[in-house]
Design a protein around this ligand. Structure first.
Ligand code: AMP
Ligand code: GLY
Length: 430
């Protein structure tokens, strides 16, 4: 089975690694990374180059294309590939609006009676400013469009809301602004694969959004994850499925935009039940890095079945053991960060039983090193992004998975490496 995987991050490395467990899979990725190059051919075509990617697919005729990030989905890559008669795992641009436009998503939630925070939409920042004068705080101010996680501001008081508006003034994604009720509770990420009618749930996971321990500091793409989330009991899972996932899949189909791909519901769970914070139209990152080591079924056949509208024929089995992913990031992330730092210790970390390191922001390039007193060029693994590595470990229980992941982190070093020390801590005390 020839699979074209779009993307280059830790999520894609984890997906590629899991897809390749099927020995029949031949993988190609674009734009790929040096880590993905060890799992198949790589074509350096950017994720927003829909024409370039379409031409590649025309040439390669993959049996399946799996789209990792949100941008190509929003830009219509799925539609473009499908018009060539190709099988694609990933929603159409219309269906992907569930992530690409928060206004679309909120209006959809209301139309279908889905549990979410109350909200108001503003087309003019001056009106939002006026509204925020008398709002009862905290509130959450959000840009409508894709903003790489930088378009959401939780505001404890009026000054913060004004600062959020000021920051949004230069954001293309903020042509419409949402002001939303603040929801208290515990966040979980809930994923399901769907072909537009059948739904295959995936075990729950919990992300750690902020850069520092104890949920302090600015939000990031995600600094670590664990799966399963003990908060998601079988009972809660049933509620999530019946009040959120199923009505969403049915609602999108009923509106003429059936959804095929991975539906990701970011949820806030409180005593009054789960409420939707956001939808994403793709696998979460780093959650996927904590999920893939648990995946025991045939991911490639399952995603192909979903793409071909026969998901009911597929199934996935999951390792009972919990998995923890600790993200190691570059100095300065999520602000400006440095790259080009030499990474050592990966082999040692991966030699540990149950440990797998996924690479998000790395590159392997020739570098001058001194060996036996002589300068030579050597292929060297270096940092090349904000989030650099996802160090994952399976354990017999969550505590041992956490311990093992941190032991593996201890094997690895690069200048300025940062990681949270409390990944999984909340679940241990649950
Ligand atoms: P979003 O991209 O909409 O999921 O928002 C990013 C993060 O902001 C979420 O993961 C939450 O931590 C926080 N957030 C978003 N909306 C709310 C809300 N209504 N109440 C509380 N926190 C929120
Ligand atoms: N982990 C958050 C995201 O993928 O959006």
């Amino acid at each position: 089975m020839r699979i074209l995987l779009i993307g280059s991050g830790g999520r894609e490395h984890a997906l590629a690694w899991a897809l390749r467990k099927n020995p029949k899979v031949a993988l190609m990725s674009a734009p790929g990374s040096s880590a993905l190059a060890s799992l198949g051919e790589v074509k350096p075509i950017a994720v927003d180059d829909v024409d370039g990617l379409t031409n590649l697919a025309k040439e390669m005729q993959p049996d399946l294309t799996v789209i990792g990030p949100e941008l190509p989905l929003a830009l219509g890559l799925t539609d473009s590939l499908k018009s060539l008669g190709l099988s694609v795992f990933g929603p159409s641009a219309e269906a992907a609006k569930i992530e690409g436009s928060k206004v679309f998503a909120k209006d959809f939630m209301v139309r279908h009676n889905l549990p979410t925070a109350s909200y108001a939409v503003f087309y003019d920042p001056a009106e939002a400013k006026h509204y925020l004068k008398d709002a009862s705080y905290p509130v959450v101010v959000k840009a409508d469009g894709l903003a790489s996680g930088k378009g959401v501001f939780v505001c404890g008081h009026h000054n913060q809301a004004m600062a959020a508006l000021a920051e949004m003034a230069s954001m293309e994604a903020a042509s419409r602004i949402i002001v939303e009720e603040y929801l208290a509770g515990e966040e979980v990420s809930y994923f399901a694969i769907t072909d537009g009618s059948s739904i295959l749930p995936i075990p729950s996971a919990q992300d750690h959004k902020t850069i520092f321990d104890n949920d302090r500091g600015p939000n990031t793409g995600g600094m670590g994850a664990y799966s399963p989330a003990p908060l998601v009991t079988p009972k809660l899972e049933e509620i999530i499925m019946e009040t959120i996932i199923r009505p969403t899949v049915e609602g999108l189909a009923a509106e003429g935009t059936p959804y095929c791909g991975l539906l990701y519901a970011g949820l806030m769970v409180s005593l009054s039940g789960p409420k939707i914070l956001e939808f994403n139209a793709r696998f979460g990152d780093p959650e996927t890095q904590a999920l893939m080591p648990r995946c025991k079924g045939d991911l490639a056949e399952t995603l192909l079945a979903a793409a071909n509208g026969v998901l009911h024929e597929a199934n996935l089995a999951w390792d009972e053991r919990p998995c923890v992913c600790v993200v190691m990031s570059s100095k300065g992330y999520p602000g400006p960060y440095e790259t080009g730092q030499v990474i050592t210790g990966l082999d040692k970390a991966e030699a540990r039983d149950g440990v797998k390191v996924f690479q998000a922001g790395t590159t392997c390039e020739p570098r001058k090193i001194v060996q036996d007193g002589q300068e030579i060029w050597s292929e060297t693994l270096q940092t090349n992004g904000g989030r650099v590595l996802g160090v994952t470990a399976l354990g017999d229980d969550l505590e041992s998975a956490v311990t093992k992941a941190y032991e593996a982190v201890g094997d690895i070093s690069f200048e300025g490496a940062h990681y949270r020390r409390d990944i999984g801590a909340k679940a241990l005390h649950f």
